[in-house]
Design a protein around this ligand. Structure first.
Ligand code: PLP
Length: 362
């Protein structure tokens, strides 16, 4: 990434673009359109909305957590009528819940359903495959929008096979890059929706982007050095193999949960099967501020844990274990947490790191 920046209108860059878009397609598991923007993940949220919807359209979302709410806010900003259904954020969203609302929508007003695959704020993963299947079985024409910001290249996600219409992600999670790229996969139904969607769009316009991409270019100056990084990230993922990448994250998630259990603390996700492969969210006991614990661990060990977001501020901390992460990174991270619990006077049982090592060694 620190190589000199090349001419983004030259032949070398055009070849890079074609290679990258093919690689990105393989990670999203799609044969259809993919778009890469110089933006954070939130830019991809906006791209999904402005390319497929019109003012006054209705979109369905659930109270999955902070990032589901984030996508909702973007939609509201564009005059979309968002219907947010209550949901227990400690559980993955179910296909039944989505199907029930769609079945009641006899007038077919709902144009899209927003689903966060891995809610980074809660460490809860949703079965998107089941939702895609249920939506198609229902015969309801709503598009399926999936936020895969912290799930792509971490846990299995198949844009085409799962009937997703728009999948969005950012560069800074499973793709192991610095922040600054947002990536979108758009299936044929989403591309068709673009024909009739009337929200104003320019920078995010898929048609314009597709035309430029076809000749290996972008309609603006791309983030060339991040694209160099993306090429290497894709090579690393292909070298390891996506299935092996998913299995590695699954082990880290199981090992982290074993540590939390041994400490006598509680993982936020109610069901282990829905506990995130990317991040483990841990509740601190009543009266023990999770942010105080985080501050102490940062100060003593220079290790930054994720904060609780929204209603969970001070109530939970999050252990990230995604991306370019190995067994020792996890053991070191958990060691920092265990020492921090002791120093902060949080009641816990020792032995969490041992329990995690047991999982990693087995
Ligand atoms: N969606 C999820 C699940 C996220 O975790 C994040 C950021 O962490 C976002 C969306 C927003 O992405 P960004 O902060 O890159 O705009």
């Amino acid at each position: 990434m620190s190589r000199p920046t090349i001419d983004h209108r030259g032949p070398e860059f055009a070849e890079l673009t074609h290679r990258l878009l093919d690689g990105v397609r393989r990670v999203f598991r799609t044969r259809h359109d993919v778009f890469v923007y110089p933006a954070s993940g939130s830019g991809a949220w906006e791209a999904a909305i402005v390319n497929t919807l019109s003012p006054g359209d209705t979109v369905l979302a659930f109270e999955q957590g902070f990032f589901a709410q984030g996508w909702v806010k973007v939609a509201l900003g564009f005059g979309i009528d968002v219907r947010v259904e209550p949901w227990d954020a400690r559980r993955g969203l179910t296909a039944e819940a989505v199907a029930t609302v769609l079945a009641a929508d006899e007038a077919r007003r709902i144009r899209a359903v927003i689903v966060v695959h891995n809610e980074t704020s809660t460490g809860v993963t949703t079965d998107v495959e089941a939702i895609g299947r249920a939506m198609r079985a229902s015969g309801h024409p709503a598009l399926l929008f999936v936020d895969a910001v912290s799930s792509l290249a971490v846990t299995d996600l198949q844009h085409d096979a799962w009937d997703i219409d728009v999948t969005v992600t950012g560069s800074q999670k499973g793709l192991m890059l610095p922040p600054g790229l947002s990536l979108v996969a758009a299936g044929p139904r989403a591309m068709d929706a673009q024909e009739t969607a009337t929200l104003p769009r320019s920078y995010w316009d898929w048609t314009r982007q597709r035309e430029f991409n076809a000749r290996g270019a972008f309609p603006y100056t791309p983030a060339t050095n991040l694209l160099f990084g993306l090429e290497e990230a894709l090579a690393m993922l292909e070298e390891e193999g996506l299935e092996a990448v998913f299995a590695r994250h699954d082990r880290y998630s199981r090992a982290a949960r074993a540590a939390v259990q041994a400490w006598g603390l509680e993982v936020f996700a109610r069901d282990a099967a829905e506990s995130s492969r990317a991040v483990t969210a841990v509740l601190t006991p009543d009266g023990h501020d999770a942010d105080r614990l985080r501050a102490l661990i940062l100060e003593r060990f220079d290790m930054s844990l994720g904060t609780g977001l929204g209603p969970y501020k001070g109530r939970l901390f999050r252990i990230g274990h995604l991306g370019d992460f190995n067994d020792l990174s996890l053991v070191g991270t958990l060691g920092g947490v265990e020492m921090g619990l002791r120093l902060a006077g949080v009641p816990y049982e020792p032995g969490g790191v041992d329990a995690a090592m047991e999982v990693l060694a087995s």
